[in-house]
Ligand binder design. Structure first.
Ligand code: ZN
Length: 199
């Protein structure tokens, strides 16, 4: 029973398979089968179904530590952008309904932002819903996010003042900046832009 409910996304596919091999038109009376490992794990659609529903980490700071190894201001800015994106798009953590494109120089500490985003929104590099694009200047670091549900795009641009504040600081100070970033007003961290559409 558990298997059938979890495999809701692929149940139609299983029914087609069953039909191809024997005559079992009545799914409800079909014998309970043990699926081979990985059977039905072909694809999951974006959305709030049982198949791909995630769970927001209650301890996001600890999750970041486990995921990334440290928590610095770039991680926290990414986490805050991820949280803001869920709010702005009405998306759920880990529901994979957002495409997140992270524009940054491909070097630390900038790339720490991407792991913060992954923890903040529940996106996964292996699911291709968070992708990195190289920028040649730290002045153009930003995140573009598109909703797979309705196609809307928003951009999240870290504020110049904040980037200046956290740049070139000794490692010993980064913990304090990270804590500060966790609670400071969002408008002081980044600006949300709505790119126009050319039709
Ligand atoms: Zn880092």
């Amino acid at each position: 029973l558990v298997f059938w409910s979890l495999a809701g996304a692929s149940i139609a596919g299983l029914a087609v398979l069953a039909g191809a091999h024997d005559n079992e038109p009545d799914r409800a009376n079909a014998p309970k089968r043990i699926a081979a490992p990985g059977a039905g794990l072909v694809q999951s659609a974006p959305g709030q179904n049982e198949w791909n529903r995630g769970r927001t980490p209650e301890d996001w700071w600890g999750e970041m530590l486990r995921y990334h190894g440290h928590v610095g201001p770039w991680n926290v800015v990414g986490w805050r952008i991820g949280q803001a994106a869920l709010r702005e798009f009405g998306a759920g953590w880990g529901d994979h309904s957002l495409d997140v494109i992270v524009h940054l120089p491909l070097t630390t500490p900038y790339t720490c932002l991407a792991d913060g985003l992954a923890v903040g929104a529940g996106n996964s590099i292996g699911r291709l819903d968070i992708r990195l694009v190289e920028e040649l200047s730290s002045a153009t670091v930003h995140v573009s996010i598109r909703s797979k549900t309705h196609g809307r795009v928003l951009e999240f641009w870290p504020s110049r003042a904040y980037l200046r504040r956290i740049s070139g600081k000794p490692v010993s100070e980064l913990g304090a900046f990270a804590k500060e970033s966790a609670t400071m007003p969002e408008r002081d961290l980044f600006e949300i832009r709505r790119p126009g559409i050319i039709d």
